[in-house]
Design a protein around this ligand. Structure first.
Ligand SMILES: [Zn+2]
Length: 92
């Protein structure tokens, strides 16, 4: 913490750590009712942030913190899709 530059921080819903927004992956609940990973950060809807790490996604699922952040119930099939999308996002 020796730099004073202003970096927007967001909290990962998995590990609950504050991290620079750019290092996190945005998960968005779209107005259409879909839950998806938003690589652009520009998708409309309620967003939550996750580390690009499956462990954090699993933690968020276990603690239901992603559901709370997005204010919706999320079926396990959606978590499976998110896991695949997360893996894709990590392989850039
Ligand atoms: Zn995390």
């Amino acid at each position: 913490m020796n730099k004073v530059r202003k970096i927007p921080l967001r909290k990962c819903v998995g590990c609950q750590e504050m991290k620079p927004k750019r290092e996190l992956i945005r998960v968005v609940h779209t107005p259409d009712g879909d839950v998806l990973i938003d690589p652009t950060g520009k998708q409309n809807g309620r967003g939550a942030y996750l580390c690009p790490d499956e462990t954090c996604l699993q933690t968020a699922q276990k603690k239901k913190s992603l559901e709370r952040a997005l204010k919706m119930s999320i079926p396990s099939s959606v978590y499976e899709t998110l896991t695949v999308q997360l893996q894709g996002a990590m392989n850039h």
